[in-house]
Write a protein of this length. Structure first.
Length: 201
């Protein structure tokens, strides 16, 4: 049975083909669940779960999320957010990435702030007991930010890396949402292209 991990939580919209967004008050570790509906290439009982920043802030929270995913085999599509705050006064990873972008756009050195970003993920990987290196990803992201890849790109790398870690830990396939979810020029979902691409994956 294939299971997929998505990066870029922002790409999930109310008109995403999995159906409507449902509150999960009885399921506090997951901020949102999207209940799957029948569609091209999609099972009637398919579920998609989206986990927010507080749910994936550190290794202990990751383990809770992993238990939730494994508890229901119909949760086949998982959407990961960037790490949020672990405690009062902590930083959100996305805020550090915005800070890196602002520094780089003014020609300033980003090393100190970027190390804080890197160390959050190293702590997560170490805390999960994984033999998994993100060094190449760190290098590539840093070079892209320095060379003006854009504010949106910088911000999206937090959830991108969290999704990669989650996929690696679970042995699931990782998919970057921009590869499979498409929109028309007017901002509406291109359902035909999205359904076709998803069915092929």
């Amino acid at each position: 049975m294939t299971a997929l991990i998505f990066a870029c939580a922002q790409a999930v919209r109310r008109d995403f083909p999995c159906g409507k967004i449902l509150p999960r008050s009885e399921f506090p570790s997951a901020n949102v669940q999207i209940q799957g509906q029948r569609g091209k290439g999609m099972s009637e009982n398919l579920k998609t779960a989206k986990f927010g920043g507080s749910s994936l802030a550190e290794a202990g929270q990751f383990r809770k999320v992993i238990d939730i995913i494994k508890a229901d085999p119909s949760r086949r599509f998982i959407v990961a957010s960037a790490p949020g705050k672990r405690y009062s006064g902590d930083f959100k990873v996305t805020d550090k990435l915005y800070e890196c972008y602002e520094l780089a756009s003014r020609g300033n050195n980003i090393d100190e702030v970027y190390h804080q970003f890197e160390n959050r993920y190293r702590d997560i990987v170490e805390g999960l007991g994984m033999d998994y290196s993100l060094d190449e990803e760190f290098r590539r992201i840093k070079m892209s930010v320095i060379h003006n890849a854009g504010r949106d790109y910088a911000a999206s790398r937090g959830e991108y890396l969290n999704a990669r870690i989650l996929a690696e830990y679970l042995g699931y396939e990782f998919i970057d949402a921009h590869e499979v979810i498409f929109f028309h020029e007017n901002g509406t979902l291109d359902t035909d292209r999205t359904y076709t691409t998803m069915a092929e994956r």
